[in-house]
Structure formats: structure tokens, C-alpha cells
Design a binder for this molecule. Structure first.
Ligand SMILES: [Zn+2]
Length: 394
């Protein structure tokens, strides 16, 4: 069994130990020590990284009460003395996020009677799953406020070791089922939890907690949160972006939402105006397309792609072209096809049927007009061939 140095001192970043065993497995070296300050992945907290005698430790796992250090090259053989170095920044982040999770879980329990069912403490943000399928925004706001009060109060975070028989003496958030010696993390007088993780020394080291989103999952709510150095970084990034936007819009930060609303309304108005103008110009556009007419089986027809046109006007334009040439018009945009017929012997919906069955388009219509949609970009050349064959076979 490895003596876990982080149990009593989460600030310890350098330590001496001796190798108990060294094994090669699947191209990796597995080193066990008599004592280690490396945290192995467990309880929702990720492993530490660092070095053993200068060799990079790429993963740390738990196996039968032992801490196992994984590396690409050998650290040393059994009996060799080693010096371990823990990656400071990664460790501190894990301490911040784990304490932030305890504080948030306590706030959910205390304010709304919600139990934390599982936790995940990631590289960028943390996640706790609470036992309710609905948590309101005001509940989240209250939880965040209490969590930040606990942080501001700079409460000491203590590590206690007790026997399981003493558990009833402590107001634990969740009573563990394990027996024997139990490690407790105590935050001031507000939060007690059985936990093997690494924590900050006092709540002020968590800096701040910010709930960023929630997701409903398996009848529960997963709450994603930022804290510590990552929350401060995030604040600085967001501030920079918002300041940039306010400069572009030449307005105060607080006026950004109303300014964007105003722009959206203007854009909508302009788009309406543009559609109106395009509609008025449709006859001119139609006569340009009419010049492309070809003859097959004594029927005039046009097959052509259309750009720079509101999609809603494609059918109107197609009808005008067919009328202009007293024949058939097939106009396409990127993923839409309009078909129009101004001659009795050709039914637009029959052409639509052929294109649907042979090229996989979806849609339909009537004698005079039909419309089809495509999932991929429409190939005008292929459509021209199909229309040619159709007119030939009339
Ligand atoms: Zn914990």
C-alpha cells in the first residue's frame, strides 16, 4: 500500500521515495513507490502529472490501494531512490476545482435540498449532477451567490482523519458506507465530506465560482461551472471581447443588447425592401433567361442556374420565363429547383416526378408549376440531360 503524501499535505510538490516495483506493460512502465505525492485519478478528480527522477509521468492510476505511476521510459528498478516533482499549476487547478465542487454541492443541498449524484472535474470546467430534472435560473443564482459568499469568507479547509464509528459526530453532506479510517474535508463549519481529494487551504483560494450552463441528463441536471484561475481568465477574455464589440458599435457596454436589437430590426426591414425590389425586377430578369431558350420536339425550354435571388421568388421567376417563351422553364439554385410549364402537352409535375425518381430530389406540384428540394448541390448539366430526354420521349 502506497503512503499517500497528499492526504495530509496537498501543497507538497517535491518528495523522496523508493521504488517498490517496476513493471513494463503494453509499452508503458508502471512504477510503484513506498510513498507518493502524486494524486491518482479517482473520485471525479484527475491525476497529477510531473516527473520521477526526471522521467515524465504521463498518467497516475490506483490499483489495489497502490498509486501506480505510468511513464514512456523506465524510472528505475526496485530499491532505487527517486525524487518526485508534481506539476504545480495542474495540482493547484485540481485543488481549486475540487474545493469549488464541495462548496457548490453544499450550497445546492443547503438551499434547495438537492443531492450531488456525481462529479467530473475537468481541465477547463467542472460538472456536478444534482438529483432534479429541473433547476430554475433563480435557484442557480442563489447557489452561485452562497458559494461566492463562502469563498469571500475565507473559511479554513481542514483535513480530518476519523474512525467510521465517529461519523455520527459530524454533519456530513453524504454519509459514507466505508468502514475503518475515514478522511474528511471540513470547510469552516459549513461543509463536511468524506473525500480523498486535494483541496485548497482556505476558501479564498478558490477565487470565484461561476455557473456557466446546465444540461438535463437521465432525469437529473448536470451543472457546469468555472472557478479559480480559469474563471478569472474567462472573465478577462470575455471583457476583451465585449470591449471590442462596444468599440465597434460605438456604444457603452450596457447598450450593446439594445444596439444589436436595433440593427436586427433594420436588417429585417432592408431585406424586405430588397425582396420587394427583386420582385419588381422579375420581368426584366425573366426576359434575360428567355434568351437562353432551346428547342426540343417543337417545345421551347430553358434550364439554367439562378443566383442573387431571394429563394422565395424562384417559382415566380420560373413561371414568368415559361410564359415568355411559351414553353418549359427549369431554374435551379444551390439546393432548390423550380419547374414551370406554359404548354398544355407538358405537365410540370411529371418533370418533377422524373427528377425525383432519377436524381433523388423531394417535392412536387401541378400541371403549371412544381418545386423540388435537394440535399446536395444541384448539378444543372445532369438536369438539362434529363429534361432533354423527357421532351424527346413526349
Ligand atoms: Zn471530494
Amino acid at each position: 500500500m502506497t503512503e499517500r503524501l497528499y492526504y495530509t499535505n496537498p501543497e507538497l510538490l517535491q518528495f523522496d521515495a523508493s521504488i517498490v516495483s517496476s513493471v513494463e506493460k503494453d509499452g508503458k512502465y508502471l512504477t510503484r513507490l513506498d510513498r507518493s505525492a502524486f494524486y491518482p485519478t479517482s473520485g471525479g478528480q484527475q491525476n497529477d502529472l510531473g516527473k520521477l527522477n526526471g522521467v515524465d509521468i504521463i498518467d497516475v492510476i490506483e490499483e489495489n490501494d497502490d498509486v501506480v505511476h505510468l511513464s514512456e521510459s523506465i524510472v528505475g528498478n526496485e530499491g532505487v531512490q527517486v525524487t518526485g516533482l508534481i506539476d504545480e499549476e495542474r495540482r493547484f487547478w485540481h485543488r481549486q476545482i475540487h474545493s469549488a465542487q464541495h462548496i457548490l454541492s453544499q450550497a445546492f443541498a443547503r438551499l434547495h435540498g438537492l443531492t450531488t449524484m456525481s462529479v467530473h472535474l475537468g481541465d477547463e470546467y467542472g460538472n456536478i449532477e444534482v438529483d432534479s430534472d429541473h433547476v430554475s435560473q433563480s435557484q442557480l443564482d442563489e447557489v452561485e451567490k452562497l458559494a461566492n459568499q463562502i469563498i469571500r469568507d475565507n473559511l479554513p479547509v481542514d483535513i480530518l482523519f476519523i474512525e467510521h464509528t465517529e461519523l455520527s459526530n459530524y454533519p456530513l453532506r453524504k454519509v459514507p458506507t466505508r468502514t475503518g479510517r475515514i478522511r474528511l474535508i471540513k470547510i469552516g463549519e459549513v461543509e463536511y465530506s468524506a473525500c480523498g481529494g486535494t483541496h485548497v487551504n482556505s476558501t479564498a483560494q478558490v477565487q470565484l465560482v461561476k455557473i456557466i450552463s446546465t444540461v438535463k441528463i437521465r432525469g437529473r441536471t448536470a451543472v457546469n461551472f468555472l472557478c479559480g484561475t480559469k474563471a478569472v481568465e474567462d472573465y478577462c477574455n470575455r471583457y476583451k471581447i465585449v470591449a471590442d464589440v462596444s468599440q465597434h458599435l460605438t456604444c457603452n457596454i450596457s447598450d450593446i443588447p439594445s444596439k444589436i436589437e436595433k440593427f436586427e430590426a433594420e436588417l429585417k426591414e432592408q431585406s424586405k425592401e430588397l425582396t420587394k425590389l427583386q420582385k419588381e425586377l422579375l420581368p426584366v430578369k425573366a426576359s434575360q433567361f428567355a434568351e437562353l431558350k432551346m428547342l426540343k420536339n417543337n417545345i421551347h425550354y430553358v434550364v439554367a442556374p439562378v443566383s442573387d435571388l431571394n429563394q422565395k421568388l424562384l417559382g415566380n421567376l420560373c413561371g414568368l420565363v415559361a410564359d415568355d417563351i411559351s414553353g418549359i422553364a427549369v431554374l435551379t439554385t444551390d439546393k432548390k429547383i423550380a419547374i414551370a410549364s406554359s404548354v398544355e402537352q407538358v405537365n410540370a409535375s411529371e418533370i418533377a416526378k422524373v427528377l425525383s425518381s432519377e436524381l433523388g430530389f423531394k417535392g412536387g406540384g401541378n400541371q403549371k408549376a412544381a418545386q423540388l428540394g435537394a440535399s446536395e448541390t444541384v448539378d444543372v448539366k445532369t438536369i438539362t440531360e434529363k429534361v432533354n430526354i423527357f421532351l424527346d420521349e413526349l
